[in-house]
Design a protein around this ligand. Sequence first.
Ligand code: KG4
Ligand code: ZN
Length: 360
Amino acid sequence: MATLLGIESSCDDTAAAVLTGAPADARVLSSVVEGQSALHAAYGGVVPEIAARAHAERLDAVIARAMEEAGTGWRDLDGIAVTAGPGLIGGVLSGVMHAKGLSAATGLPLKGINHLAGHALTPRLTHGIPFPYLMLLVSGGHCQFLIAHGPDRFERLGGTIDDAPGEAFDKVARLLGLPQPGGPSVEQAATQGDATRIPLPRPLLDRPGCDLSFSGLKTAVLRARDRLVSDQGGLYRQDVADICAAFQRAVSDVLAEKARRALTLYAALSPKRPVLAVAGGVAANMALRTALEQAADRAEVIAPPLALCTDNAAMIAYAGIEQTAAGAPWDDMTLAARPRWPLDSASAPLLGSGKKGAKA
Ligand code: KG4
Ligand code: ZN
């Protein structure tokens, strides 16, 4: 049983949360997320320097709000969990430095958390599922299949070798003149579209394993758009809908097929209660959810509620509760911010570093 303050600043959300309890019955007392999208809107992507400065400016206020909403004083806390990577290094540094300052002032111990472990452990907070479970992280910054064996033991089965799917959704929306964030706009437009009219590739399906690639798909959308413009002299509303539907179908097809492969590897562990947990902003996509449910066969597909699926600090505090309860040592003032921090150090590193920082 512990009460922890969580701090998250690895991308474009400044977040703080207070959680209390043991791993099996942890409760979120508060979870405050302050997005920065307005600051980056004019640049078509997250600008690392702007992000880092905004985190440094806003962490104080966001943490104060989280403490107030939780009704917690510094003396009620047992420790501080802070994202120490992977992510945009300036933002991670802002959070780690802030946490060190608080630790020095209050005497509270400090725990550096891997942001991906935060996402990957969230289904335990929200659904109380036992280890091992299969996890698919799909967001604007991440895309990987993991088997969660324990609070700090993850096996990566595969991941994207270039862009994350959310980045691809955002890019496709930009190419078609749809508003950001691209995922919801593309999903909305796709409801009116014919997914079979525009042929798009299914990258890496011809190769064994669970790795994925989305950058070629993005380029294929660009070509399809340009071809239509040059053939017809413009792009009509139906064209946009058809491209969106085709793109969404292609992303769902590859993720579903790779999920099937990941589930086969996971099934070899004979889990008592087979679970495929999906997290990240792209998990909100209903076409993808349906495709994954079909692929999952007898495994139960679960997704944490969106507020805990996208970047937040509750997941960081929860990872702190899980890991310290399992006997992991606290960190000290030597805690470093890490731009890259693979969850699974045994697997080969993933290539690529997207707009939102390193993939792992
Ligand atoms: O997890 P998240 O909030 O944050 C980061 O990745 O930092 O994910 C955001 C991503 C964006 O790229 C957004 O376009 C995508 O998730 N997204 C969606 C949907 N809703 C959000 N993608 C596809 N379909 C959706 N309905
Ligand atoms: Zn994230």
